[in-house]
Design a protein around this ligand. Sequence first.
Ligand code: SAH
Length: 222
Amino acid sequence: MMEVEVSLIPDWAAERRGMVDTQLRRRGIRDARVLRAMGEIPREEFVPAGLRAMSYLDDPVPLGDAQTISQPYMTALMAQELELTGTETVLEVGAGSGYAAAVLGALARTVIAIDIVPAMAQLARENLRRTARDSNVSVLEGDGSLGCAERAPFDAISVAAGAREIPAALLDQLADPGRMVIPVGPWNDQELRVVLKAGGRVESRISTLCRFVPLRGGEGWN
Ligand code: SAH
């Protein structure tokens, strides 16, 4: 009788390579450090246990509580727009699963990630610890629409939830020179803005259209 071997254990490394090639490189992600980080970080460890099969799909993954881990392409694009070189202190608003924080941690010196939902901050912390990505990434609980004054200024700020307008506190806490990526626009329909601060001036441009969960808090949708 012929035996057919069926592997039930997914080849995560192969899925990860496929994701990097088809979803990132082919769509114009060019920053070699971003491609390398996303080729190494086990996204499946940041996805809820019952949804692991979705880890490398071209979609956001639900985290519960109406939150999602962003689509891999969006995480990559945001990281690329920040043009990190490895020396920066970065604030991530909306830690969620901790996946984007892990990616930023691979690209910068220090990452402070903050989440307004205590259970999300806890989840991010656990995921980062389990994957040993927590040496330069710390997770705080709080309203990131107000930034994190105690740790400011930040060379880069990445906001993973849609804002009505760019929160003034985040602009204040951005270093000069500094860069911020933030989805801005009406509820559920935004443009990803890249904000550059340099020489005391602030400019912004639109990177792409996007759809993020709403930024809550004092300078968010409340
Ligand atoms: N970057 C995350 C995805 C985040 S989803 C990842 O890679 O998994 C958006 C997150 O923003 C949610 O966890 C939500 O709780 C958080 N959030 C919304 N408003 C916030 C605020 N004002 N301050 C901090 N976190 C906020």
